[in-house]
Design a protein around this ligand. Structure first.
Ligand SMILES: Nc1nc2c(ncn2[C@@H]2O[C@H](COP(=O)(O)OP(=O)(O)OP(=O)(O)O)[C@@H](O)[C@H]2O)c(=O)[nH]1
Ligand SMILES: [Mg+2]
Length: 343
């Protein structure tokens, strides 16, 4: 009957307290086996909580957090805890030094040799983009060779858009060429293009690979003085999108006055100003200063512009760092235990 070993941890610590919080991480069948041995009934359904009597000594809550994790809250007194720990040990359980969240992560990635590898595999499973993958693959070696004096927070902010997709908004006056630009970036027709001002009446977004970094690029409706009720409503939604933006691309066409949503002025996001339609001859083209002058129609200047967007989202210096990057929230507590003197 002693099969399929499992790990458990006491997240409330092993001192006495009103309630002990014990977490078991195991396969679903082992969770059922352990639960039945303790309380004569299998584990509660995923996401549910059951009040159980157990070991003929106490009663308390059994909570099924996920397919392979169950939390139990028996009385925290010495006698109950001792009986509980003895029962778990007899059933094949090993107490883990790690926090329950770490145990669960390791159980999801059994092929990982260490915490940082499990964090890397977990993050790789949901991040996108060539640069994110390259940076993550470098991390186990960087963490292994890191000295305790190496700062941990240094690159967290700079590299955050590699693991959490940034929003890049394109904003500017009607007819500037915003929809033409998003279509060129996406390499397909995402947004309607026409020479009628006000063609884009609501925001349109798509995920774009910007020189190796994936971003949600959003084409906002153009700003016009004579907006109708629907456009005014769309403009309010656009302001909310701007508030969430990691980067604002403020565009205008030759001869147009650059204008921005009110939210742009309040935003702390970095802004790139861009003159579009650079292929069109215009006496006014130098009138308003811009960081970039490009043509989405001919492709002129597009490579430099896309590189600038990528660099604004993730500074190149951070990509060449030789100190570790805390790309997963569990790495902080894990590292603290490895090197108690750090920070
Ligand atoms: N020559 C030239 N024309 C362009 C370029 N980009 C856009 N246009 C033209 O400019 C007009 C407006 O383009 P859109 O992309 O619809 O402009 P928009 O900023 O999205 O306009 P709204 O949706 O009304 O705010 C269309 O006739 C496009 O063909 C460009 O790079 N060069
Ligand atoms: Mg448009």
């Amino acid at each position: 009957m002693e099969s399929d070993p499992f790990v458990w941890s006491c997240d409330s610590g092993l001192g006495t307290g009103a309630i002990a919080l014990i977490t078991i991480v195991a396969t679903p069948s082992t969770l059922d086996r352990v639960c039945t041995a303790l309380s004569n009934r299998p584990s509660p359904r995923i996401g549910s909580i059951a009040h159980r009597s157990f070991l003929d000594i106490d009663d308390g809550l059994f909570m099924r957090a996920s397919s392979n994790m169950m939390l139990m809250a028996p009385h925290g007194g010495i006698a109950v805890r001792h009986k509980f720990v003895a029962a778990l040990t007899a059933l094949g359980g090993t107490q883990s030094e790690m926090a329950a969240s770490e145990v669960e992560l390791r159980s999801r990635w059994p092929e990982a040799n260490e915490m940082v590898e499990a964090c890397m595999l977990e993050t790789l499973s949901h991040c996108q983009g060539r640069i994110a993958v390259e940076q993550l693959l470098k991390q186990p070696a960087l963490w292994r060779s890191a000295k305790a004096s190496d700062g941990l927070d240094h690159h967290d902010q700079s590299l955050r858009w590699l693991v959490s997709m940034p929003t890049v908004v394109i904003t500017g006056p009607a007819n500037a060429g915003k929809s033409t630009l998003i279509n060129a970036l996406a390499g397909r027709a995402v947004s309607l293009v026409s020479n009628i001002p006000g063609t884009t009446r609501d925001h349109v977004g798509t995920i774009v690979d910007l020189a190796g970094i994936h971003a949600a690029v959003v084409d906002l409706p153009g700003e016009r003085g004579d907006a109708d009720a629907i456009e005014t409503q769309a403009s309010r939604i656009a302001e909310e999108v701007i508030e969430r933006a990691a980067l604002i691309v403020a565009v205008h066409a030759p001869g147009q006055q650059p204008c921005r949503h009110r939210a742009c002025a309040q935003s702390t996001a970095q802004t790139l100003s861009v003159q579009l339609q650079a292929d069109r001859p215009s006496v006014d083209s130098k009138e308003f200063a811009s960081d970039y002058c490009i043509s989405a129609l001919t492709g002129a200047g597009m490579i430099d512009f896309v590189t600038a967007v990528k660099d604004a989202l993730v500074p190149p210096a951070a990509l060449h760092a030789t100190t570790p990057w805390r790309f997963h929230p569990l790495l902080k507590s894990w590292r603290d235990r490895q090197s108690p003197t750090i920070e």
